[in-house]
Structure formats: C-alpha cells, structure tokens
Design a binder for this molecule. Structure first.
Ligand code: SAH
Length: 390
C-alpha cells in the first residue's frame, strides 16, 4: 500500500542508531509516496524513526533531520534550527564579519550550506529535498539575519546526483562582486559570485591567526589563493612570498596587500611543486611556511595518488625550513583521513632527515562543526610542525 512514510531496513535503522543521518538506496525498503522534501521514516516493524529529507534520485535517498516523529517540519521548526546554528557562531562576531552559518549535517541541517559575508549571505542547496524547501529557508534567513542580499552558489557537482541543475542565482536583494572581510584585523576581498567555494576559504581562519602569532623572518605561503595566510604572516614576518598557479588569485592577493598597506609581500605565479623544488635547489630557507593545497583526493579512487602528492609537497617544504622553522601543513581532502595525513607527513619527515616536532594538530573551527559520528562533516586537518634542528 503506498504511504507517505519511508520504510527502511534494519541495517539502515542501525546506522541511524549510531548517530549517522544517511540512508542509502540499498536500505530503502519502500519509497515514500511523496515529492522531494521532508518525510517520515519507519522501520519494517512500523517503529517510527523521525523525519528525513527525501531525495528520490540520489544514492543518499534519506537524510534524517529530526528524531521526533510527532514534530512538524514547518516554518517554526526551520526558525528554531537555523536560530540555533546562528547562535553557535556568536563568539566569532568579535573577530570577523564572515563565517559559515550552516554547515550541513554538522548543524543538523543536511545538504544546506549558508555562509555570511558581512551583510550578504551565500547559500548552497545541495539536495532535492533542500531545493524543495528553498522558499521557507530564504524566508527564515531573511528574518534571522536581515541580509542585504542572498546569492545561491549552486554551481557544485553534487547537485547533478540530485537531479538538480548547476547554477549561480540571485535569490534575494542584491549581492556585490566583492565583499570586504575583516578577519582578526586583516582585511581581504571575498568574491561571492566567482570565488572558490562561496567566495573565500573561511575554514582556515584560526590556523592563519595561530601561524601569524608565531611568525618571524622569511615566510612562505604556498597555494596562497588571494593571500589569506600571507596577509596575516606579513604583519609579523619580515617578508612573505605567496605562491599560486592562478594569476587571477595573485592579482587579488596584491590588491588585498594594498588594502592592508602591506609592502613586504611578493607574489609568485608558479606550480607549487616546481617552486618548492627550485627554491630548495637554490639553497633558500624560510622561517615559516603555510602549505594549504586544494583537495588532492577528489574521490576514493584518487587517494593513493593524492598521498604521493602530499608526501612530495611536505618533503619539499620541510627541506626549505630553517632550523627552528615552522611548517603549517593542511589537507582538506575528505578521503584522506586524519591518520592517513599524519602517516604521510611522518613519511615526509623521515625522508627530510630533520627532527620534525609536532606542535599542534588542528581540525575545523567553530563555524564548521565536525560531528564525531558523521565523518562526512569533517574534511580539514592541519599539523603545525617545527624543525627541531639547532
Ligand atoms: N590558502 C588559501 C586557500 C588555497 S586554495 C586560503 O587560505 O585562502 C588552493 C589554491 O591552490 C588555489 O588558489 C589554486 O589556484 C592553487 N593551486 C592549485 N594547484 C596548484 C599548483 N599545482 N601550484 C600552485 N597553486 C595551485
């Protein structure tokens, strides 16, 4: 008999019980007779399992959002859930005007991303169920955040798996090409329409501040994008070199340096692997290095190649470290886990023949919550290392 409730297998129910919200197609026993959106779930014995986002074309057909089957997923529900997520970020307001307001599953709101850039919001509707609820989401965000404009950066590949088009769309008000972000006393321009992610890499904010506090001498920012690490380092170090393969990113890095009246930054357009190799061959040394490559593993199949890439980059960076020098190295590849990253950096340390001291292990900031039972909410890890040579 058709029903609006989704029936899931025992294996699916077990997954929910250990704190993971996803139900895969193979664990769907009976599809709900419903359009994409919020549906009730139950197991085969009729035991209610709460509410989930229903995405009929996705491999992840259901994502649980609410344990209480008697709840109603209405405007008041959305208001409470979004207000809770926004309130978590309150401590950041003193130091920045840009942060992630909603980090999908990390905030109990699967497939929804909302980033705030000053008075503007950039959203990503990442599943058919979320897309179907766009109107209420936008309405509540207007009420809670009073933005001057809302932009949807829906130009992401996962949308295809949900049967949704890839596009960039103005959803409310107006959104400028560039927004000035203040980040712990540094100012940079984010590009919500065209920049990477939703306009900037907000997730490295605290790592930049950490490295800046320790910076001195000659600093190097590899994979600099628009110079976010470099701008912070330039405040403390004597000189900073920013390296990126994108001329466009470096043009913005130079403009950002000018905004901050920074004059000790040099931008180099180069392949990072080649730059690091050539700098070592030339006998160069740096006192502080930030190494923040793009996700080298885009999927499970590319992990092995990615690990070779991380090893090579880290080895080359270690060879450039002056005695006592600091390396902050990061990986934002979800498929490269924390233990894998630590192992590969350890391999690089062994090959470097330097006693690399582990000073800090970092994860995601307050506004990108990683829920321990939902590995997919975590992707960013960082190591602060010191060359222990005297
Ligand atoms: N550190 C930055 C984010 C880096 S994003 C921040 O905190 O904001 C990754 C950057 O790597 C992009 O700017 C991209 O242009 C650059 N990139 C990708 N492949 C590269 C390569 N082989 N050599 C140098 N830069 C590369």
């Amino acid at each position: 008999m058709p029903s609006s409730t989704a029936i899931i297998s025992a294996r699916g129910a077990k997954r929910l019980a250990v704190g993971h919200p996803w139900i895969f197609r193979s664990d769907l026993v009976q599809a709900p007779d419903a359009a994409p959106g919020a549906v009730r779930m139950a197991d085969q014995r009729g035991h209610a399992l709460g509410w989930a986002w229903w995405s009929p074309t996705s491999e992840i057909v259901l994502r649980r959002v609410e344990r209480d089957a008697d709840a109603r997923i209405d405007r008041a529900w959305w208001r409470a859930r979004l207000a809770h997520a926004i309130a978590r970020r309150a401590p950041l307001a003193a130091e920045t005007n840009a942060c992630r307001l909603v980090h999908g599953e990390g905030d109990g709101l699967p497939a929804l991303v909302v980033d705030r850039y000053d008075r503007w919001l950039v959203v990503q509707f990442l599943s058919a169920a979320i897309e179907a609820q766009r109107a209420v989401i936008v309405d509540v965000l207007q009420e809670l955040a009073s933005p001057a404009g809302i932009l949807a950066r829906n130009d992401v590949p996962v949308r295809a798996r949900e049967g949704l088009p890839k596009d960039v769309e103005l959803v409310a008000g107006s959104v400028p090409e560039e927004v000035a972000v203040n980040e712990h006393g540094v100012s940079y321009l984010a590009a919500p329409w065209t920049g990477q992610k939703t306009g900037a890499f907000l997730d490295q904010r605290e790592n930049r501040v950490m490295l800046r506090a320790l910076a001195r001498g000659r600093a190097l920012d590899v994979f600099s994008y628009h110079g976010s690490f470099a701008l912070h380092l330039a405040r403390q170090a004597e000189s900073v070199t920013a390296v990126d393969a994108s001329a466009q990113a470096l043009t913005r890095a130079r403009a950002n340096a000018a905004r901050n009246a920074i004059t000790n930054l040099t931008c180099v357009e180069a392949d990072a692997f080649e730059f690091l190799r050539d700098a070592a061959a030339a006998g160069e040394q740096f006192d502080v290095i930030a190494l923040d490559p793009p996700a080298l593993a885009k999927n499970r199949g590319s992990v092995e190649g990615a690990l070779r890439g991380y090893k090579e980059l880290n080895l080359r960076a270690m060879r450039l470290l002056a005695p006592g020098g600091l390396l902050f190295t990061a990986s934002c590849s979800y498929h490269v886990t924390k233990p894998m990253f630590l192992d590969v950096v350890r391999d690089a340390a062994a090959d470097s023949q330097r006693p690399m001291i582990l000073r800090a292990l970092t994860g995601q900031p307050l506004d990108h919550p990683e829920v321990l039972t939902i590995p997919e909410t975590g992707y960013l890890k960082g190591l602060l290392l010191e060359n222990g040579e005297g």
